[in-house]
Design a protein around this ligand. Sequence first.
Ligand code: FAD
Length: 438
Amino acid sequence: MPHIAIIGSGPAGYYTAEAAQKQWGDDVRVDVFDQLPVPYGLIRTGVAPDHQSIKGVSRRYEKTALTENVRFVGNVTVGKDVSVAELQQLYDAVVLATGAPNDKMLGLPGEDLANVYGSASFVGWYNGHPEFARLDPDLSGKHAVVIGMGNVALDVARILAKTETEFSGSDIVGHALQKLINSGIEKITILGRRGPHQIMMTPKELGELGNLERASPRVDRSDLPDEAEDALLEPGLRKSVTQLRSFAAIPEDMHAEKKIEIEFDFFASPVAMEGSGKVESVRVERTEVKAGRAVRTGESYSIPADVVVACIGYRTSPITGVPFDDRAGRFANDEGRILTGLYCVGWARRGPSGTIGTNRPDGFGLIEKIAEDIDAGLLGPAKRKGRSGFDELVKERGLDVVTFQDWKKIEEAEAAAAREGSPREKFIDIEAMISAAN
Ligand SMILES: Cc1cc2nc3c(=O)[nH]c(=O)nc-3n(C[C@H](O)[C@H](O)[C@H](O)COP(=O)(O)OP(=O)(O)OC[C@H]3O[C@@H](n4cnc5c(N)ncnc54)[C@H](O)[C@@H]3O)c2cc1C
């Protein structure tokens, strides 16, 4: 009976647990660890609070979590409360599904000015991640700049633009809701180094910007390539570009009806954040796209910026003793294999790409590899203690482990505290989560 430890309870962690059940049925024991007392990773703390149907995927993970041979071990940080080496003594296979929680840095002068954030912290703030819930961004100014041309940039721009009514039914945390609906923001600039044909935005998410109560998207017609060239794009991107074309056709008087303008500034590479103490503007250099790459032209200008959110990607947190690919910002691995008995999956394996669903084949593929390694005798013959061994360690160290049943109590308490129409008001402190569990 293989004993498997999965570190991280996000999509990659739970799809891997599901795959282990499919592979071995009742003849496997899986412990899914998380540093937080609550499961599901970015489904809870990343996916936008106004996209509840997407968050519904957690019901599938709950089905896996509630089976006898899978257990949730929350409030345990691997690398701090217990080391990877210790887990390897106890479990036949240790799978790192720890995601990519750290912001990639812009590497620009002025990046450390106040009110310049990476999307991990800004999104974590409005989604109630305990590490970022107290970020307290200043949204009193008129100008917001969002850097990046992917869906996370769209999430951030949309959240900055929505009204209170538009947040109904969402689980945005109370403190963020108040600040956002009372913000002074009148202009949101989305900056992209390349052009409309190089965006990573999907049509549905882009389309949402066209239906906001108090905001209107603006695209400069002259930034759009010849329409005939759209035919060469893959269908999803072509739809997104069509959406941009419809934004470019919005008449001036319709823009004027809305308080907030969301402007797409293409061919614009940020080169510095400027301001004294706090950000006041972003210095930008014009680019041209040559062979798919942005090349700076030397022409530069400044955009007023009272708050900046950089949505340019993420990196995995290194863990002591685990080989790390610093350039790629994830664990060094060969299709999920790191060292004998040590594996990685999801964003920790491939970096921050793809959708939630991309993690499913990733998890299933990894379990096939673990099964191959077991069959090849690579993980034996030592009889490992698995979860009973970990329970001894919990007693020895006095760890305050949160079980799945405890999480259900936290979930109930969050539902009971919800605003009208909202599914939950999240706890933003680990202590509050634990006391609700008890
Ligand atoms: C802002 C944002 C919005 C997104 N919106 C969408 C969307 O709308 N639709 C979509 O399809 N995809 C979306 N995605 C992508 C999706 O969230 C990811 O594909 C997915 O969450 C990656 O899964 P993962 O399990 O690899 O990582 P994660 O979901 O990040 O899970 C990692 C887990 O590991 C835990 N962990 C980390 N380190 C440790 C440690 N040392 N010890 C114990 N536990 C640890 C973390 O607490 C976390 O629970 C979004 C991503 C972001 C950032």
